[in-house]
Design a binder for this molecule. Structure first.
Ligand SMILES: C[S@@+](CC[C@H](N)C(=O)[O-])C[C@H]1O[C@@H](n2cnc3c(N)ncnc32)[C@H](O)[C@@H]1O
Length: 248
């Protein structure tokens, strides 16, 4: 099975790092507030963070009183940054792909993941493996790109705009065709996987989870007014989708 590791590409990594380090970014303004509100109480819990990247969430969870946080990621560069900038006694980082998590010999109270499952080809298998890694009644809380967003295949502009460039509405093309997308994001040839909303829900449920909550991207109106170019699109289509699932 394909395992993409574009985060170790110098150009991609440097660009991503500068986007992520800018205070006004999609992660901090949109993703983190929503996923944080969906998390169960983490105090005394054993957490597994999949696709931990630079470790910002691992650090957040450690500060919430987690007993331990294990962050796994495929990228040496992301892990190196995490180890220097987001380390704590109760955090450990391991180089590992999502596709190999069945080898982890440990059970967790909560499995989290932020904006990383777009890179997984077999989402159903991933959900089954997460289910096996959870203790009874454990929770899996994750965000990923929204199916309306991953449908984008680069053939048409994401938006139909006015003559002055204002977004009128979002375009949807090939939503019903699942599979790999090669688009331009940060670099040319960026790859992610598109699946429909029904596939996501059915894969989660087939793995043995009960879906307790689902959310879509929201942005405070004042941020849209202040930063229309970055966040104006959110009123037309959600960039991210969020699930809280319980091991049934
Ligand atoms: C958009 S970043 C998100 C990082 C972090 N969760 C955050 O919220 O800032 C996606 C992360 O997924 C990791 N990743 C991509 N494919 C992976 C795979 N097959 N196995 C493990 N990690 C992977 C990348 O290396 C990258 O660190």
């Amino acid at each position: 099975m394909a395992k993409q590791n574009i985060y170790d590409n110098d150009a991609f990594y440097n660009n991503f790092k500068s986007i992520r380090s800018n205070k006004i970014n999609f992660n901090d303004v949109i993703e983190t507030p929503i996923i944080t509100a969906m998390l169960p109480d983490l105090s005394g819990k054993r957490i597994l963070d999949l696709g931990c990247g630079m470790g910002q969430h691992a650090m957040q969870y450690a500060k919430c009183g987690a007993e331990s946080v294990l962050g796994i990621d495929i990228s040496d560069k992301m892990l190196a940054y995490a180890k220097v900038n987001n380390s704590a006694e109760n955090i450990s980082y391991r180089k590992m792909a999502f596709e190999d998590i069945a080898h982890i010999d440990e059970k967790f109270d909560v499995v989290t993941s932020s904006l990383a499952f777009d890179y997984v080809e077999n989402f159903g298998l991933l959900m089954k493996n997460i289910h096996s890694l959870l203790k009874e009644d454990g929770a899996c809380v994750f965000s990923m790109s929204h199916p309306i967003s991953t449908a984008y295949d680069g053939v048409y502009d994401r938006y139909t705009r006015t003559e002055t460039g204002e977004r009128l509405y979002a375009n949807l093309h090939n939503y019903g065709i699942e599979g790999i997308r090669h688009i331009k994001w940060v670099v040319d040839g960026y790859e992610l996987y598109h699946r429909t909303f029904a596939t996501l829900v059915n894969d989660i449920v087939s793995a043995g989870f009960v879906i307790e909550e689902c959310q879509e991207s929201r942005v405070p109106q004042d941020m849209i007014r202040k930063y229309p170019e970055q966040f104006g699109g959110v009123v037309h289509h959600p960039d991210f989708i969020f699930f809280r699932c319980r091991k049934a």
